[in-house]
Design a protein around this ligand. Sequence first.
Ligand code: DAH
Length: 335
Amino acid sequence: MQEKLKQIAAAAQAEIITDKHTLEAFRIKYLGTKGIMKEVFEAFKQVPNEEKKSLGQLINVLKNELETLYTSKKEAFENVSEQASNQDDFTKPGIKVPQGNRHPINIIKNDMIAIFERIGFTIAEGPEIEDEWHNFTALNTPEDHPARDMQDTFYIDSNTLLRTHTSPVQIRVMETQTPPIRIITPGRVYRNETISARAHCTFHQVEGLYINKNVSFADLKQTLLYFAKEMFGQNVDIRLRPSYFPFTEPSAELDISCFICDRKGCAVCKGSGWVEIGGCGMVDPAVLENCKIDAKEYTGFAFGMGIERITMLKYGIDDIRLFYENDIRFLKQFA
Ligand code: DAH
């Protein structure tokens, strides 16, 4: 019987299996209900008991061999037929890979960075969790100063807060670097405001700071004019309105001429022909001194602009909440 098993194994290995049909014939011949293995098991019943153990093992080995041979061929044929059908049918529609795109806030932020980098500004960043010194005190806003009410603050504890503007980064840079300093600081800020179409509890600003000898208000104005024209088009003009910020003296609000109606008056500029995009001014000497910079030797200008505001103007978006809802229908318009 052992000899017979060897012959079966050799014959099975020698079978020529080229396709699904010859494979099925193989299965019926060796593993089918009336196949060779069935005969072997029948013959096994007649084997004397003392031979049963060793012979039984050999039979199992043979059966496994045949089954392995069968399944490996079967899998090979299945793969081949799949490949063939994919390769052959060039009329099948392709598989579309979904492609993401930048968030509109990031697009405009990167544009703003590129514009200021062209005139020598570098990027500085600071923490979003700030202390009172950097967010208020060093920026010439002492405790009990009414200016603190201008910005509704999220406090973490009495000394720690979510920064209400990017101006604290000015302080961090001036504390650690010596002039000349020429930085912009894009980043996220937080305010405890009621959420509406025009206001959100979190938004983004780009702060600018230039400290050197003989920096003048004219330098500030020229820098902002350059930015406005690069960002909104060469026909755009700027206007500076006297204002108040604790950290600048003099201070101004920055308006650009309305590029949507070309200053004729529309819904966006509310008929005035001008839209506000930020604040600016000459760095208050007290702020320089807080950072150990000699205010007799150095002067500087600073500005802060809202990225959401500029993005809404650029793209004609009328609700700030859209930026944070992650609605794919909104976001994919900026691809
Ligand atoms: N930090 C101000 C705000 O968030 C904006 C600002 C105004 C920044 C004037 C400045 C500045 O650097 O000079 O309302």
